[in-house]
Ligand binder design. Structure first.
Ligand SMILES: [Zn+2]
Length: 135
């Protein structure tokens, strides 16, 4: 399937590149794209050494979708109650972060997702991929 890779070499703005992949899911495409960039980085290093510009994968998307908005789904069948407050437990289908939706108003992200990077789905996903990669 055709996917859009977004990567950076830390010297200019993020680069978006549409490319045909042998994968059928975005999850597989993530792994595949990471290996692709690893190979590129190996070559880059052997050719240019310290002067090379290794690329870091930020995210993989379907072409034409920007995925800025989280795709929230309720994870609790019934409304939860805590300290007199009613809320629905929510989870984003795409990036997997969680939050709570009180009866009124928008979704409040859970405390471990309070950083600004989690406010947008695409940046949250990129951040989580980077974190996973470091382990
Ligand atoms: Zn999300």
């Amino acid at each position: 399937m055709r996917v859009k890779l977004v990567w950076t070499d830390r010297r200019e703005s993020d680069v978006e590149e549409e490319i045909d992949s042998p994968c059928s899911t975005l999850e597989d495409a993530e792994v595949w794209a990471k290996e692709l960039l690893d190979r590129f980085n190996d070559e880059e290093r052997s050719m240019y050494g310290e002067k090379g510009r290794p690329r870091t994968l930020l995210r993989v998307e379907l072409p034409g979708s920007s995925n800025r908005e989280h795709d929230w789904r309720k994870t609790s069948l019934t409304t939860q109650r805590r300290g007199g407050e009613l809320y629905d437990a929510m989870r984003c289908e795409r990036c997997g972060i969680t939050g709570k939706r009180p009866g009124l108003g928008g979704i409040v992200l859970d405390s471990k997702y309070r950083a600004k990077v989690y406010q947008r789905c695409d940046t949250a996903m990129a951040h989580l991929i980077m974190k996973r990669g470091k382990r």
